[in-house]
Every structure is written in structure tokens, then in C-alpha cells.
Design a protein around this ligand. Structure first.
Ligand code: ATR
Length: 286
């Protein structure tokens, strides 16, 4: 057996159920690449040592997941403009001995949404449910991708957090009307797209809840949920019952990985293979 040329990994805690290893390995196999991808549990306390270890071992690239996406920023040598603006990193690349952090989550959502056959967001009105890290990544992409949507409403359980998020991105919202609002205020608005970035509907305590009442959903809406366990959340089931178009969360996960792969190898990976591997791993996890 020949030596593996380049090493990659995902770090997080917990990490056992990460789909990244099977996704990336399926792409290596499809393209006959001499590369290795592992999953390493790294506790919050050990993160600085782990980052030093990446440098010491010349790990070519690394994905970063919960709970390190924000904590890793000051430990890296460089950040892309979007990682700095979003305040999160999910992809690290070793370039000339320096660890460079980027975030592909928001672009991953957009690519997956477009891949689902959704119409262009140009001129559209989008609702983001939630104001956490995932909302930040997607909002950054909505504000910077051109042509841009016309309006974004950010709705969050904690309204002050939504207001703070909008204020912190106001400088990017030159062509977009960016507004924090309540669910009640949303009732009076015409919208095109609803994106759930909250954990409501996720496997566990909140699996049987939806972040929004079905009465908000119209048949012309595109309803996107970044939750992928389960694949069919209550939000998506109710949206389908109302005749709306739906978009699940697995595509965002696959595309954020595919975009990291592109940065590391300079070629587009076989998305279908990565998607099939992720779906199979999800099925086996059950
Ligand atoms: P992530 O980085 O994955 O986005 P996060 O930063 O913890 O995670 O954000 C979680 C989001 O889900 C927040 O918008 C949170 O709302 P609050 O800011 O009000 O806490 C939202 N969320 C979590 N549980 C919720 C619930 N039961 N109902 C409504 N929103 C919820």
C-alpha cells in the first residue's frame, strides 16, 4: 500500500456521528485521490493544543464543527473576509505553513438551495428564523451574493438578538432592506422564502415542533430547513401540506463539505457521490 499523501479531518465534540468522513472519503475514492479524512474529538480545553497539532503534523485541511466554530478564530494565522464577518470558521486550509480559516456554511446553503431548483433570489423577500451562528452564515451570503434579494426579515425567539444581528450586518446591507421583526409583524408581510436556522424540529427534545405556525405558509413559498436529522421536519411536512416547495438540510451539509474540498484540491468533487454517502450514513446511524 502506498503512503497517504495528504491528511484531513473534522474536529468537534461530540464527533462520533459526523457525516464528514464518509462524505469526503467517498469523493477521494471516486477521484482516486491519495488522501485520508478522519474525525477527531477535541474538547474545548484542548482546542489550542489541537490547532498547534494541525500545524505540527502539516494537516492539509480541517473542518471545524460544534462547539469550536467561533473559539478557533483567534488560534488561526489568517481568516478570509467572510469568516471574519460571520465570526465563524468551518474550514481550515494549510497554505505556506499558515492555517487559514474560512466559512463555507452560507454558500453551502445557497448552492444546495439553487441545486434544489429554487428560483433566483434576486428581488425576493426572505425570512430567516433564528439569529445564531447558522443564521449569521446564511445572512452574510444573502447580503453579499449578487444579484441580491430585496428584503430580509430576521425573526428570533429572543428579539434583541435578531436586532443585534441586523445591526452588525447593516454595513453589508447596501442593496437589501434588512429588518429584525416579530412573528406578529411578519403576518402583514408578503414573503417568498422562509429559512429555518433554529434547532426547532431537530431530533431530540424538539423534533415534533415547528418554528413557525403553518398559517404563515403559502403555496408559492420556498421553505428551507437546515435541520437534516430528521430529513422531514415538522416544518417541511406542514409546508408540503400547504403546497409549498421544500428544501431540506442535508444539501447544505454536503455542499459546505464540497466547497471545503474544492479549496483543498482545486477541483469540484462528485456531489452526487457525497450526497449518497451522507444519506447512507444517516440511514445506518438510526
Ligand atoms: P447555531 O450556531 O447552530 O445557529 P445557536 O447560535 O445556539 O446555534 O442558535 C440557535 C438558534 O435557535 C437561536 O436563534 C435560538 O433562539 P434564541 O436566540 O432565542 O435562543 C433558536 N432556538 C433554539 N431553540 C428554540 C426554540 N425552542 N424556539 C425558538 N427558537 C429556538
Amino acid at each position: 500500500m502506498s503512503a497517504i499523501e495528504r491528511m484531513f479531518m473534522v474536529i468537534g465534540d461530540p464527533i462520533a456521528h459526523s457525516l464528514s468522513p464518509v462524505m469526503h472519503r467517498s469523493a477521494y475514492a471516486a477521484l482516486s485521490l491519495s488522501a485520508w479524512y478522519g474525525a477527531c474529538k477535541v474538547t474545548a480545553r484542548d482546542l489550542p493544543d489541537a490547532v498547534r497539532g494541525l500545524r505540527a503534523l502539516s494537516v492539509a485541511g480541517c473542518n471545524v464543527t460544534i462547539p469550536h466554530k467561533e473559539a478557533i478564530l483567534p488560534l488561526l494565522d489568517d481568516l478570509t473576509a467572510r469568516a471574519r464577518a460571520v465570526g465563524a470558521v468551518n474550514t481550515v486550509t494549510l497554505r505556506d505553513g499558515r492555517l487559514v480559516g474560512d466559512t463555507t456554511d452560507g454558500e453551502g446553503w445557497l448552492r444546495s438551495y439553487q441545486d434544489a431548483g429554487a428560483p433566483s433570489l434576486a428581488g425576493q423577500t426572505v425570512v430567516i428564523l433564528g439569529a445564531g451562528g447558522a443564521a449569521r452564515s446564511i445572512l452574510y451570503t444573502l447580503l453579499t451574493d449578487t444579484p441580491t434579494c430585496a428584503r430580509v426579515f430576521v425573526v428570533n425567539r429572543n428579539g434583541e438578538r435578531a436586532a443585534r444581528l441586523c445591526a452588525s450586518f447593516a454595513h453589508l446591507a447596501k442593496r437589501v432592506d434588512l429588518v429584525a421583526c416579530s412573528l406578529d409583524e411578519l403576518r402583514a408581510q408578503e414573503v417568498d422564502v422562509i429559512i429555518n436556522t433554529t434547532s426547532v424540529g431537530m431530533e431530540g427534545a424538539q423534533w415534533n415542533e415547528s418554528p413557525i405556525s403553518p398559517e404563515f405558509i403559502r403555496a408559492h413559498h420556498w421553505v428551507s430547513d437546515i435541520v437534516y436529522r430528521p430529513a422531514q421536519t415538522v416544518l417541511l411536512i406542514e409546508a408540503e401540506m400547504r403546497g409549498a416547495h421544500t428544501h431540506g438540510g442535508l444539501g447544505m451539509l454536503v455542499y459546505q463539505g464540497a466547497l471545503a474540498f474544492e479549496q483543498w484540491f482545486g477541483v469540484t468533487p462528485p456531489i452526487d457521490r457525497m450526497m449518497a454517502a451522507a444519506k447512507e450514513a444517516l440511514r445506518m446511524n438510526r
